[in-house]
Design a protein around this ligand. Structure first.
Ligand code: HSE
Length: 313
């Protein structure tokens, strides 16, 4: 069916890990193991209606301007003036306040689904900007580190906000991501509000070296460089107190052979990178430490080439 003939589309949009330790607000990777399903149907009257929110986070706002998916679609309507409206249904598969990019997934899912109804679909960079407007509702700021991987898939670097440039970064074969979600809620806005507004010069040097080293290690299959540079010296020291057992979880991951381990997005989920042979041991070690703090967990081992949002019905 062509885009113009569709009256309804359903999209799966994956979860994502933002920051990836060293790329605060600019780097992220898709986690295809879980995601949100967003359906958008055409209606005659312009505007946006949130008809249903189901799944593991049913209490989200129904007022479109206060809802990440709704706000993203309002931005899309304002820019593209399609001449018809959108009715949205959201099935949340990503827990709220988990640090796994749930608000980004709903916003991306909504704009990709709505795009499938347009006679002339918008390009991915336009969709990225619309989804960014939605993400801002949840976290209080426009950032792309979850939006870009949820849209494009894989490990993605985004440079710029108003005129974003998006680069999919290759990942060495055999490297896996381990993700552990402890069952607690942490508001992104809170985890952002505690951050200092300035950075020590020595930390700035270290963090830029780590980002450059990490990206170059990815392009050149240099696991030693990745291991040396996958470390956040700016954000993680400020946020770790928000996550019970952070030090123990990180220590256990590194002890089990991880290449690096840090906070997923704003937390409380944590992620590690590990070679395939040690990924299961890293996952078990991380879960054990969270559970020793009395937190139940979900965990996944995923490859780093997970697909971005796509129409599934
Ligand atoms: N980069 C963001 C942060 C991700 O760490 O605050 C959460 O939306």
């Amino acid at each position: 069916m062509s885009g113009s003939a569709r009256v309804r589309a359903t999209v799966f949009a994956p979860a994502s890990v933002g920051n990836v330790a060293i790329g605060f607000d600019i780097l992220g990777f898709a986690v295809d193991a879980l995601g949100d399903r967003v359906s958008v149907a055409r209606r005659e009257a312009p505007g946006v209606e949130i008809a249903a929110v189901r799944g593991i986070a049913g209490e989200l706002p129904r007022e479109p301007k206060d809802n990440t998916a709704g706000r993203a679609l309002l931005a899309m309507q304002e820019a593209l003036q399609p001449g018809f409206g959108f009715v949205v249904e959201i099935d949340k598969g990503i827990p709220l306040g988990s640090g796994l990019g749930g608000s980004a997934a709903s916003a991306v899912g909504a704009v990709v689904a709505a795009n499938a109804l347009l006679p002339v679909p918008a390009g991915p960079l336009e969709l990225l900007k619309f989804a960014m407007a939605g993400e801002a509702v949840a976290s209080g700021s426009r950032h792309v580190d979850n939006i870009a991987p949820a849209l494009y898939g894989g490990l993605v670097l985004t440079v710029g906000i108003d005129e974003p440039r998006v680069k999919r970064i290759p990942v060495p074969a055999g490297v896996r991501a381990v993700i552990v979600h402890p069952h607690m809620f942490l508001a992104t806005a809170k985890a952002r509000a505690i951050l200092k507004r300035s950075v020590e010069l020595s930390d700035f040097v270290w963090q830029t070296a780590n980002l450059a080293g990490f990206i170059s290690g990815c392009y050149t299959d240099d696991l030693d460089m990745i291991r040396a540079s996958l470390e956040d010296v700016v954000i993680e020291p400020q946020r770790q107190a928000l996550i019970p057992g952070f030090q123990e979880v990180r220590g256990a991951a590194m002890g089990a052979g991880a290449l690096g381990c840090s906070i997923s997005g704003a937390g409380p989920s944590m992620f590690a990178w590990a070679l395939e042979a040690s990924a299961a041991a890293v996952l078990a070690a991380m879960r054990r430490e969270f559970e020793a703090k009395g937190l139940a967990t979900d965990g996944w081992v995923v490859n780093l080439a997970g697909a971005g949002a796509r129409v599934i019905a």
